[in-house]
Ligand binder design. Structure first.
Ligand code: HPA
Length: 278
């Protein structure tokens, strides 16, 4: 499967590059639930529907558009994956393999992942942003399982400092400049699509996680495998199931992500402005 993913990514990168001649993106962005509007702030934007790109998923979840947007954000050349597929949709843990590899082949050095998450710490409530410092994979699968294509990356990629410390500090500096109270913590990826039970939330807390969501981790693993530097921010949309009386459902997640998404959009733009020039 891997060699065909490499060929698909190469073809997708060629198609995308031909539509935005002269633009070599430096940073890839993956926009989660409610963050779609950030793509509208991209200057000189060229949008390529996922349907035109081999190996790209049909974006499934409400609130996810399903297009690759190339252009400039805060003066930095970016490639923005607007819409992602999730492992719980049943198309495999590697459903984002080709899109992530395409980012690398387009020339990106780093990938900025965003997501909605439930907080496992009562003092970090809905509306806060959390920079991800590390992860725990509880999805029960890995996007790199199966034959390895050594032209893409190593068989056993290490995940120490998978969330790049320097880029995390830059997120912190950008948040401080904007007066945003950025939390940090360990993100646990739950397969979903059912939310956790209260007992499962207690278990994940005991494991040392600070937030829980249903995405991001496969993309981080895929990105580290092919040599992209990773940074990630979660929008806290709720307290974990059982930690408060408020209901946890997808509509609430989308509403909260859309509201806090404005802060995250500002954070990402400031982060890009502060990125040291090449
Ligand atoms: N659990 C899992 N995924 C989520 C949550 C949650 O509480 N909130 C937003 N995405």
């Amino acid at each position: 499967m891997s060699p065909s993913s490499r060929l698909q990514a190469a073809e997708a990168a060629e198609i995308a590059a031909a539509r935005a001649p002269g633009l070599t993106p430096r940073v890839a962005l993956v926009l989660g639930s409610g963050l779609g509007p950030l793509a509208e702030r991209i200057a000189d934007a060229v949008a390529v529907p996922y349907g035109d790109l081999p190996g790209f998923p049909e974006a499934g979840v409400e609130g996810h558009a399903g297009r690759l947007v190339l252009g400039r954000l805060a003066g930095v050349a970016v490639a923005c994956l607007q819409g992602r597929a999730h492992a719980y949709e049943g198309k495999g843990f590697d459903v984002m393999a080709t899109p992530v590899r395409t980012m690398k082949m387009l020339g990106c050095e780093a990938i900025y992942l965003t997501c909605a998450a439930g907080s496992l710490r009562r003092e970090v409530d809905a509306g806060r942003l959390m920079t991800i410092t590390d992860h725990i994979n509880m999805q029960g699968g890995n996007p790199l399982a199966g034959p390895n294509d050594p032209e893409l990356g190593p068989r056993f990629p290490p995940l120490v400092d998978a969330y790049d410390p320097a880029l995390r500090r830059l997120q912190g500096a950008a948040a401080e400049a904007l007066g945003i109270d950025l939390a940090d913590g360990v993100y646990c990826a739950w397969l979903g699509p059912s939310f956790e039970t209260p007992a499962e939330v207690r278990m994940i807390q005991g494991f040392g996680a600070d937030a829980v969501g249903m995405s991001t981790v496969p993309e981080c693993i895929l990105a580290r495998h092919c040599g992209l530097t990773v940074t990630a921010t979660a929008v806290i949309t709720n307290l974990g199931v059982g930690l408060s009386d408020a209901p946890v459902d997808h509509a609430q997640t989308l509403r909260a992500a859309t509201a806090a998404g404005k802060d995250l959009a500002a954070l990402i733009e400031r982060f890009l402005e502060m990125l040291p020039s090449e």
